[in-house]
Design a protein around this ligand. Structure first.
Ligand code: APR
Length: 306
């Protein structure tokens, strides 16, 4: 367990700034907490339920096989939410850090496209779990890399509706209100093989991450020692993302920096000398933490084009 003296050092912004200014090789590992201030729910903890389903249980190939209409509605709703959300200062700060530090690489588990919309340089961004706006065939190799149609098809229109009565939950999200059954024939089909369903281009539990992307990340980590790892807004519950901070650590050199709304006693206890922990909203903390390198970030969003 960190002593109170070391706890003060672990959350010292001046000490962090000193280290940041000497850091060139920086890795970030981001999660849903980064987009929380944009109004998008996280997976674990409050907001982790969708109707009466655990959000994590809907993110499997088995759930899609069992009820593609239900799983598509869940993803159509997440597409709609992500399209209506805007990148927040945390996304813009990381994008600016990438421009200021060519040795910075951002690994994100988020599929909401907000890093891209904040103009994060694409060669310094690895989207570990894919994107809500990529469509692919469940079976053949067909892929549409960027599709922002909302709704994607008439059967998924309930996921794109605005709330008729904001004093009540959206009918789609109210488990007491039955869902209209969606037949497979009403869902988007692959334009190439014609027979199979399209699915969201995200990585579901039990599926492999893109191998070329994983190789790139390994190569980046192996190339030279890493000065700093920023672990932002993630519960670090899902691998490989959860393993990258320790994987990139060179003892005595690498500072692992946790930025999270909640840092548990256990998390503090795991931190080593030279690490940092900052508890709070990433959209407020990142601009302040990165200011010596990025200055004041305004942030202009990329235009959405369908
Ligand atoms: N600022 C910083 N951190 C925040 C904020 C915020 N405003 N709000 C929430 N958090 C933190 C929470 O304390 C939690 O530790 O963000 C974390 C979110 O954790 P998860 O919901 O587990 O999200 P994530 O780590 O991204 O999940 C990993 O699991 O379900 C899968 O594929 C999905 O990519 C996702 C993966």
């Amino acid at each position: 367990m960190a002593s109170s003296a070391s706890r003060a050092a672990l959350s010292s912004i001046p000490l962090f700034h000193e280290k940041l200014l000497k850091s060139n090789r920086i890795l970030a590992v981001c999660g849903a907490g980064l987009s929380a201030a944009s109004g998008l729910p996280t997976f674990r903890g409050a907001g982790g339920l969708w109707r009466n389903h655990n959000a994590v249980d809907l993110a499997t190939p088995e759930a899609f096989d069992a009820d593609p209409g239900l799983v598509w509605l869940f993803y159509a709703y997440r597409r709609h939410m992500a399209l209506t959300a805007k990148p927040n200062p945390a996304h813009y700060s990381l994008a600016e850090l990438a421009r200021k530090r060519p040795g910075f690489k951002c690994l994100s588990q988020n599929v909401d496209n907000l890093h891209v919309r904040a103009n994060h340089p694409s060669d310094q961004l690895s989207l570990l779990h894919g994107s809500l706006f990529t469509l692919k065939c469940t079976t053949c190799s067909w892929k549409d890399p960027y599709n922002i149609a909302d709704p994607l098809c008439p059967a998924l229109a309930p996921a794109a509706e605005s709330n008729p009565d904001p004093t009540k939950p959206l009918p789609l999200l109210d488990p007491a209100q039955p869902l209209a059954e969606i037949r497979e024939s009403e869902l988007p089909h692959c334009p190439d093989c014609k027979t199979e369903l399209q699915r969201p281009g995200v990585v579901w539990f039990g599926e492999m991450l893109d191998e070329d992307m994983l190789d790139d990340i390994e190569e980046w980590i192996e190339k030279e020692p890493v000065d700093m790892v920023l672990v932002v807004g993630t519960s670090s519950a899902v691998y490989p993302a959860a393993g990258y901070a320790e994987r990139a650590r060179t003892k005595g050199r690498t500072s692992v920096v946790t930025v999270n709304l909640e840092i548990t006693e256990e998390d503090w206890g795991r931190m080593r000398k030279g690490d940092f922990g900052f508890e709070g909203d990433a959209s407020l903390l990142l601009p302040e933490l990165l200011r010596p390198v990025i200055g004041e970030v305004k942030g202009e969003e990329e235009e959405l084009e369908g």
